[in-house]
Design a protein around this ligand. Structure first.
Ligand SMILES: [Zn+2]
Length: 599
């Protein structure tokens, strides 16, 4: 027995030093030197340099050590002391839909004053051609503006004149200008779907404001009725959007599907890039049923025609990979995320339990992982009843696959224990950073202190991933989200989370890298810069670990690498920035303003 143990220890030691020996002798394809490299391993190692081989991390260490792996063909980049982190991974972002609409949408993300926002609206209206619309589709908060308020219908009409315009604030409310109301044939007699309304002024006339109370169907319908872009423009928009994500240090994202976004038809932008082997980020996607009452049939069809784990990108591992079902499994179990309206209660809906049970059973039978949207603790408690029931009936087959809740802003301890008992994960997003002021108004500051209870989830050992839920109910920019996790404040500066629920910078970064990788079963291949992991990383514009907290919001990447290849370069690395086609159509707001704004 003792002999066997000695042999075992010797073998393990031999293998690891062979690994190091191999790493020490191999020639690197790419090296980064003179950096502050956050490896993000369990020891939170900080080192100086990285060597990359075949798209994977060959070795990290001192600049001197790594230079030994340099050959004549090695690409060598001097980071000049800048900080390097593992690539950011947003585990709940509506990427494929975001890319599809990117070139049509004017972004108020990051805009500092309402005056500037309205000026952009005016400028965009002047360049918008006949038949097209000016549209601002979420991603902003009125509290990010100095004026700390919404635009008025009068201000929007004055800025846009007779160019049809739609402005959306999260999934809470929208503004149609007069030209937009006319273009859509909406007047005082138009009926709003149940749980929503067309606001009327004291004169009984429509103001143009659309209110989700809380049903956002009235908003989805408007977005869906806006003129589409051409296929070429959607492909180009997807390229521009993914470049924008790379610009912010994102190397992976997990797509949560989305309303008004049919699979596979509306995924064309990303599909084309993947088939061409041009994906600049690793994208896993979950499928979201589009039609209430037909979800079971939609999943049956998807499960019959698609394979979980199928990677659609010919060059990039996990480049465009089907992951499972969600974030909505059935519409009748959806509780939205509108803190400007009362919380929807599932018990008021007659069919949700039967609907959900059928679809979950189908996932168990087909071995499909699933994720499910739930903002409120009460919803989570109800949904857990069904998950436990189906899991029992299928003898554990349901939770044998990866599964997770999304959002969970007001989840309670009891439900956390039940999630843990079923090996579930939780993906949290910075939605409170864009709507926290309204949450506090409705539920009080006390309840906001632990909304969501991220630290508690981590302390219980529940797998937690971080993200934004961009592009509509928050901006897709990861840095305001990391700022929210670390400071507990909204983008408007309102303190929400109590200090016990604020994360250290390392903890927040861990959730936004390896934590998120768990949501697509990839925590063993990416999220840290340990040997053998994917060579996905970003050199930052400033040192995330030491700058004042307020500046975390403004960080970006100056060099982003995916699978060992540079996908974005700026500042002193501008020459390495891969070419990108010009933005089309030529009236696209992206051509004039780009994406996330800094003024
Ligand atoms: Zn959601």
């Amino acid at each position: 027995m003792k002999k066997l143990l000695i042999v075992l220890i010797l073998t393990v030691a031999l293998i690891s030093c062979q690994k190091d020996l191999k790493a020490d002798t191999e020639q690197a394809d790419l090296i980064i030197t003179n950096a502050k490299v956050a490896v993000m391993d369990s020891h939170r190692t900080i080192t100086e340099a990285i060597a990359v081989k075949d798209g994977k991390i060959l070795k990290t260490g001192s600049t001197e050590e790594i230079l030994k792996l340099k050959s004549d063909s090695t690409q060598s980049i001097d980071a000049k002391g800048r900080t390097v982190i593992p690539g950011l991974n947003d585990s709940h972002l509506h990427l494929t839909r975001g890319g599809r609409f990117y070139n049509a949408e004017l972004r108020w993300d990051g805009v500092k004053t309402l005056k500037r926002a309205l000026d952009m609206l005016k400028e965009q209206a002047e360049r918008t051609p006949e038949g097209q619309w000016v549209r601002v589709i979420g991603g902003w908060s009125p509290f990010q503006f100095e004026e700390k308020r919404f635009p008025t219908p009068a201000e929007i009409n004055e800025a846009t004149g007779d160019v049809p315009t739609f402005v959306l604030y999260l999934y809470s409310r929208g503004w149609l200008n007069q030209a937009g109301l006319e273009a859509l044939g909406i007047d005082e007699n138009t009926q709003a779907p149940e749980g929503s309304s067309f606001e009327k002024g004291p004169d009984g006339k429509l103001t143009g404001v659309l209110l989700a109370e809380p049903n956002p169907g009235i908003l989805y319908a408007r977005i869906g009725s806006l003129p589409p872009l051409s296929k070429a423009e959607m492909v180009n928009g997807t390229q521009q959007f993914y470049r924008e994500l790379n610009r912010l240090g994102i190397t992976s994202g997990i797509d949560a599907g989305g309303g008004g976004h049919k699979f596979p038809k509306d995924y064309i932008g990303t599909q084309e890039l993947a088939e061409a082997g041009e994906m600049p980020i690793r994208l896993s996607y979950y499928l979201f049923p589009q039609n209430q009452g037909e979800e079971y049939a939609e999943f049956q069809q998807w499960m019959a025609n698609n394979k979980v784990g199928h990677n659609g990108d010919i060059h990039l591992e996990h480049g465009y990979e089907l992951q499972g079902g969600g974030e909505f499994l059935v519409w009748s179990a959806g509780d939205f995320e509108n803190f400007l309206a009362p919380q929807p209660m599932l018990e008021n809906r007659p069919t949700w339990r039967a609907d959900l049970k059928k679809v979950l059973t189908l996932h168990a039978e087909h071995g499909w992982p699933f994720r499910i949207h739930a903002t409120y603790g009460e919803t989570i408690a109800h949904i857990l009843d069904v998950i436990e029931e189906v899991d029992q009936e299928t003898k554990g087959k349901l939770t044998a696959n990866r599964w997770l809740f999304d959002h969970a802003e007001t989840v309670q301890d009891e439900e956390l224990k039940r999630i843990q008992a079923l090996n579930g994960g939780i993906a949290i997003q910075a939605r409170m950073a864009y709507a926290g002021e309204y949450f506090v108004e409705r539920y009080g500051a006390d309840k906001a202190k632990q909304a969501p209870p991220v630290k508690k989830m981590m302390a219980m050992g529940i797998p937690v991933g971080a993200g934004t839920d961009g592009t509509r109910v928050a901006s897709y920019n990861p840095w305001p989200a990391l700022y929210w996790l670390v400071t507990g404040q909204t983008v408007g500066g309102l303190p929400l989370a109590e200090s016990a629920n604020q994360l250290t910078r390392e903890e927040a970064l861990h959730l936004y890298t390896q934590g998120s990788a768990w949501m697509s079963k990839e925590e063993n291949v990416k999220g840290t810069l340990e040997n053998g992991m994917y060579a996905d990383f970003a050199i930052l514009s400033d040192d995330y670990f030491t700058i004042p907290e307020q500046q975390i919001k403004n960080l970006k990447s100056v060099l982003t690498v995916v699978a060992g290849k540079v996908v974005y370069g700026d500042d002193e690395f501008k020459a390495l920035n891969p070419p990108l086609p010009a933005v089309i159509p030529n009236w696209s707001p992206v051509k004039y303003y780009g994406g996330y704004q800094t003024e």
